[in-house]
Design a protein around this ligand. Structure first.
Ligand SMILES: [Zn+2]
Length: 510
């Protein structure tokens, strides 16, 4: 009887305790090399997670009733954060986001290059209702604001239009946008004046937001284009970020030191300027970027770009709705088949795109090209700059960066070329990326941080996606967790979709 009473009392106590704080099953990922995202040296250890959070990191022993995951001696790092992603384009196809998770990426930031889901609040409601496998955040895009606020007019905005766009921007910021993004080579941001951009940037700054920019020119006018970003940082006091820093003009190859001097000098004078970089010598964009003056029948401008930036044999068509048979071919090959000069052939292909767009006004992304115009030495210098982080600029379509970026940095640039240490590279994919977004609860392995994790083999990690086969999955990524849930293992997504919306931390100005 005594024993029964004692048992009852214990049971009651347990029940009371359970009601007060439900015991959470913890899991320990043990037997791993911890690379914690801060840049600190790797160390052997384990990570314990409870629910969607990390609760302990270090020399841990499994506890009773704990789920034990053997990491097999591989590297455990914070899930990678892609600060410049177009993978929101993949959501319609599959919310599993295999292009993203298969790289170890657990958070994507979209709304880039001036184009964003609009209104952002509605987009976020849809994601909340039907989540995706990874976390997602967004900027508010200037060109999208121009569509909504001034009917995408191909001219600079009036004061009244700036006021209207400011209001739309404020709505996106209130929904959690990280700030203003611009795409100043794209329609119709390419018609904006620096004053218009600055006025909108000030709105972002006054709400504690940030500024991120695909700058006006990545070739011969690179330096003045960077000056515009620096000036915005100086005048607003907010952090400014250069998207996919590159030198896309042959004659300027090798001048990356000069570019970094400009950025370092700006930093020394108090401007918080940073950048992201993707690890490829070729870009992906629209055919229109080959026309420097927003005139898509400009023969001279196009000829200059084919001569000085992207040669016909380095210009690949990856999407072309008016005639899909040219997909996979270079401009040089198409010109040869048609017996024409590459400039004439390109002008003709461009004209057909415009006709096609006019006939199909609702169709998005009618064409896409990949162009080779960078030198690897410049990429390495930019990638190893203390204030740059890694981004993909990718999506499933076209460029292999959509599937390969992060493993490529770890395999090609860290293991093979040894341009930086594994710890530095991981920092540029995690802790530093988070810092460039103002996120504090992701990007490092620390108690209290979100349990976004990637387990990978540093000896085999490598991108496998190529221009010919851009969707081939990388090797070496073993397991990926988002908010404590396994989303990818054994080269497959698990079908679990634990991603949440990542919102900007509210700054002092808001
Ligand atoms: Zn861009």
């Amino acid at each position: 009887m005594k024993r029964l009473l004692a048992l009852l009392m214990v049971t009651a106590a347990a029940l009371t305790w359970a009601a007060e704080s439900p015991p959470e099953t913890t899991a320990i990922i043990s037997n791993v090399t911890v690379v914690d995202g801060t840049g600190a040296p790797a160390r052997k250890g384990a990570v314990r997670i409870a629910g969607n959070r990390i609760v302990a990191v270090g020399d841990l022993l499994p506890e009773k009733n704990e789920i034990i995951i053997d990491g097999g001696g591989k590297v455990l790092a914070p899930g990678f954060i892609d600060t410049h992603s177009h993978h929101d384009a993949d959501i319609a196809e599959s919310r599993d986001m295999v292009a993203v998770t298969s790289q170890g990426v657990t958070t994507i930031i979209v709304g880039q290059d001036g184009k964003s889901p609009s209104p952002l609040a509605d987009f976020y409601t849809k994601i909340d209702e039907s989540p995706i496998a990874v976390n997602i955040g967004s900027y508010s895009g200037h060109n999208t604001l121009r569509e909504q606020g001034m009917n995408a007019a191909r001219r600079a905005a009036t004061d009244e239009e700036v006021a209207r766009m400011s209001q739309l921007l404020e709505e996106d910021l209130a929904a959690g946008a990280f700030g203003l993004s611009t795409g100043l080579v794209y329609e119709t941001g390419n018609f904006s004046t620096p004053a218009e951009v600055l006025a909108l940037a000030k709105v972002s700054a006054s709400h504690g937001g940030r500024y991120i920019s695909h700058i006006r020119n990545e070739g011969f006018e690179l330096m003045p284009a960077l000056q515009e970003v620096i000036e915005i940082g100086r005048q607003t006091g907010m952090p400014v970020h250069v998207s996919h820093l590159k030198i896309a003009a042959k004659r300027l190859w090798g001048t990356s030191d000069k570019v970094l001097t400009l950025l370092n000098d700006a930093r020394a004078s108090g401007v918080d300027i940073t950048a992201d970089v993707y690890p490829y010598t070729y870009w992906q964009s629209t055919m229109r970027v080959m026309f420097p003056h927003q005139d898509y029948s400009d023969r001279k401008g196009l000829a200059f770009m084919l001569m000085e930036s992207t040669p016909p044999d380095g210009l690949h068509f990856v999407k072309y709705a008016p005639d899909p048979t040219v997909v996979g071919e270079t401009l040089a090959e198409i010109a040869k088949e048609r017996g024409g000069h590459p400039v004439d052939v390109y002008l003709d292909l461009m004209k057909k795109v415009i006709d096609y767009e006019n006939a199909h006004p609702d169709e998005e992304r009618v064409e896409a090209i990949v162009g080779k115009s960078m030198h690897e030495d410049d990429i390495i210098r930019f990638m190893t700059w203390e204030h740059s982080n890694i981004c993909s600029d990718g999506m499933s379509l076209g460029h292999p960066r959509g599937h390969g970026t992060f493993p490529r940095v770890l395999g090609h640039y860290v293991r093979e070329k040894k341009v930086m240490t594994l710890e530095q590279a991981v920092h540029k994919m995690t802790g530093l990326a988070a810092k460039h977004l103002g996120i504090t609860d992701r990007g490092t392995l620390a108690p209290g941080s979100a349990a976004d994790l990637v387990l990978f083999d540093p000896e085999t990690i490598m991108d496998r996606a190529t221009l010919e086969k851009p969707t081939t999955l990388s090797s070496g990524i073993e397991k990926v967790w988002v908010n404590g849930k396994l989303v990818f293992q054994e080269r497959r997504t698990t079908g679990v979709r634990p991603g949440v919306i990542v919102r900007a931390a509210k700054g002092a100005g808001s």
